[in-house]
Design a binder for this molecule. Structure first.
Ligand code: MSP
Length: 660
């Protein structure tokens, strides 16, 4: 791919019904590496990522997590995504959210433009819709009647929609997708050519307005189909000038059709220029298993970054899987690559060279003639050309070949046996090599690269500085080890399983109104309470509670208390209890936790609302440190609350009493 003046790379914008998974981290890390490489070449680069927030999945997820304010949910999720990208050292130039006013306006303007051009019309639609893909499916797209990506049966939908005349662009698209660099890699291009050749139908591009999304500008009863809205992010998130240069969209193979067919047709319709390349990377499995949010084994990229280091995760993902092909992620092979290629190959090279320089040239290593044999092994052009072709793995492989040549050179030349000029020549060549290696690995492992620069006592370099023999000399500052070896853990654990501690969000605390109170037939101190837990729960919930000494029956009726709803059911003296209420006691007095102004069934939260576990046990609850403070309840310094109010105690109690 020839570089024009500017370079613009994008990731798909991600749905916010979950946090980042290792799958979305993969695309984003790859885009970050590509952007960083182009910045190294001093190209004016823009890297855009962001979130696809207008999907019906957002509404569903927000409701499941107890949010009433969907925008608040979107804002909370956006914070989560941004935090994860920060942790993974993602250096984006723009972060687009499709609920932003700017995006909405631009998407609507494009829609109107296409409409005026005569490319959009109103009609009836009857079809099979997959909410996972947010797409109408043809019978032939399904496998045994199910969506192959989500393993769900699409819903039959009959509605009036706006349509986009995709069919009109068939010929133009066919010549476009046949262009060599437009769809990469090649096998993906062939899939799309076959798809376009099979004939394109017009597509439905609006859905009935459900109160969430972008309205069709001239018809408020309809919203833009979420893909039609989402694809415009590549325009709304960036300055126009970046569309004049190289434009690369990185996508997963499951969504390449939208990018290689729908998107160019939308751009042709409004007379915009087209992207340079749609690059589809493969899918990867984790320990041989498909990653899927809905299948429940999605894994958290920050877990690996925290455990092994961000650089190790970034390096591993690119080195393990040829970019563009499917692959497998496993913690075992991540550890092996960390130990062999990072700790041994790169780490040892840096430490051996710096130790030799430190031992022999404390006062400075002078520029000397280079060792011709070693420098002939470095081919920057080759590495750069792999990067331009988005062959990220090959670029790393080439760099590693050179790292290993340097290690071999040390073994062969045995500099510790040399002295004077001869020693200086080898060490200068090797130190220069380490400096260049630090530049070459910097897009992949920014932290390690910085650490090497610090020890060499040099500023971080650009691609133009990847010439051996550039430095006048070195005054090094030998420092810490780059990569520590990972010791083998004794009992081999299931590596995908995240050993998570049970936390606040696992508990399903709800506002519940007391509807009825009865004495327990077999116990003096117990009541049987009947609770209304909101419309979503048609049946009342029955619980047994030991508050008889503290509350009269008539004082309890109508009270909005807090129920732990997902507690394992128990039979207490012959009567079933389907949860427990929350209270604090100082031994003499007992106070219930209440939320008098809140809706029955509303979830209690502290900040973000995650899905609760199906069932928790009483011993889990006993470990949860909920404490009284100022007449309210705190968990890790945050007050428990509903949408409307903070949870309060209905009697005055002292601070720091544990909720039980
Ligand atoms: N919102 C749409 C994209 C709109 S772009 C205008 C979407 N979002 S997504 O969150 O579901 O997926 C985003 C990307 O993550 C896709 O490119 C998808 O291919 C990728 N991946 C999801 N799981 C993956 C793997 N297991 N492996 C590699 N990539 C994965 O689709």
């Amino acid at each position: 791919m020839k570089n024009k003046k500017t370079f613009y790379v994008t990731t798909p914008i991600y749905y916010i019904n979950s946090r980042p998974t290792i799958g979305s981290a993969y695309t984003t890390i790859a885009a970050d590496i590509i952007a960083r490489w182009n910045r190294l070449s001093l190209t004016d680069t823009f890297f855009l990522t962001g979130l696809d927030e207008n999907s019906s999945k957002t509404v569903k997820a927000a409701k499941e997590k107890g949010y009433q304010d969907i925008q608040k949910y979107a804002d909370d999720m956006a914070k989560e995504w941004i935090d994860v990208w920060k942790k993974l050292n993602i250096d984006y130039d723009g972060f687009i959210r499709t609920t932003s006013q700017k995006h909405k306006k631009i998407a609507q303007d494009f829609f109107t433009k296409s409409y005026k051009k005569g490319d959009i019309y109103f009609g009836d639609y009857e079809g099979l819709y997959c909410y996972g893909c947010e797409e109408f499916k043809r019978e032939t797209d399904l496998v045994k009647g199910l969506c192959p990506y989500h393993q769900t049966e699409p819903s039959k939908v009959k509605e009036k929609n706006y349509f986009f005349k995709l069919s009109k662009y068939t010929k133009k698209l066919l010549s476009l997708v046949n262009k060599r660099d437009f769809i990469m890699p090649k096998n993906r291009r062939n899939e799309i050519i076959t798809f376009v050749k099979s004939g394109l139908n017009d597509i439905s591009i609006s859905r009935p307005n459900n109160g969430w999304g972008i309205e069709v500008p001239f018809d408020k009863s309809q919203n833009l189909w979420v893909w039609f809205d989402a694809l415009y992010n590549y325009k709304s998130g960036v300055d126009k000038k970046y569309w004049k240069g190289t434009v690369i969209h990185l996508v997963g193979k499951d969504i390449q059709k939208f990018h290689a067919v729908t998107w160019p047709a939308m751009l042709l319709s409004t007379g915009e220029s087209l992207p340079t390349t749609i690059f589809s990377h493969g899918f990867f499995t984790v320990n041989g298993q498909k990653i899927s949010k809905s299948l429940g084994n999605a894994i958290d990229p920050t877990y690996f970054a925290n455990k092994y280091g961000v650089d190790t995760l970034r390096f591993y993902l690119i080195r393990e899987i040829p970019f563009g092909q499917d692959g497998d992620f496993s913690e075992e092979s991540l550890k092996a690559r960390h130990n062999n290629e990072l700790a041994n190959d790169l780490g040892n090279l840096v430490s051996r060279v710096l130790t030799l320089v430190d031992n022999n040239f404390k006062n400075g290593l002078k520029k000397s003639p280079l060792d011709k044999k070693l420098i002939s092994k470095l081919n920057i052009k080759n590495i750069d050309s792999h990067m331009q072709k988005l062959e990220l793995q090959q670029a790393l492989n080439e760099t590693w070949k050179f790292i290993n040549e340097c290690n071999k050179h040390i073994n062969d030349e045995k500099p510790w046996e040399l002295k004077g000029k001869e020693l200086e020549k080898h060490l200068y060549t090797l130190t220069e090599s380490v400096r260049v290696i630090a530049i070459l690995v910097s897009p992949f492992m920014p932290e390690a690269s910085e650490k090497i620069n610090k020890q060499l006592n040099v500023k971080s370099g650009k691609l133009k500085d990847c010439k051996l023999g550039l430095m006048k000399g070195y005054k090094i500052k030998k420092g810490e080890i780059l990569f520590r070896k990972i010791e083998q853990e004794e009992p081999p654990k299931n590596s995908v399983e995240l050993k998570e501690e049970i936390g606040f969000e696992d508990f399903d605390f709800r506002v519940a109104e007391i509807k009825g109170v009865k004495d327990h037939p077999n116990a003096d101190k117990l009541y049987i309470l009947l609770l209304d837990v909101g419309k979503e729960n048609a049946d009342d919930v029955q619980i047994i509670s030991g508050i008889k000494d503290y509350y009269e029956k008539q004082d309890l009726i109508g009270k909005k208390i807090i129920l732990l709803k997902n507690l394992k059911k128990a039979v207490i003296r012959g009567v079933e209890s389907q949860g427990m209420l929350l209270a604090v006691s100082d031994g003499k007095k007992l106070s219930l936790l209440t939320a008098p102004k809140s809706r029955n069934g509303e979830r209690i939260f502290i900040d973000l609302r995650e899905k609760a576990k199906n069932v928790v046990e009483i011993k889990d609850f006993e470990r949860l440190n909920l404490l009284s403070k100022n007449g309210k309840i705190i968990y890790t310094n945050k007050y428990l609350r509903t949408e409307k109010e903070e949870v309060v105690l209905d009697k005055k109690m002292k601070d720091n009493l544990k909720v039980s």
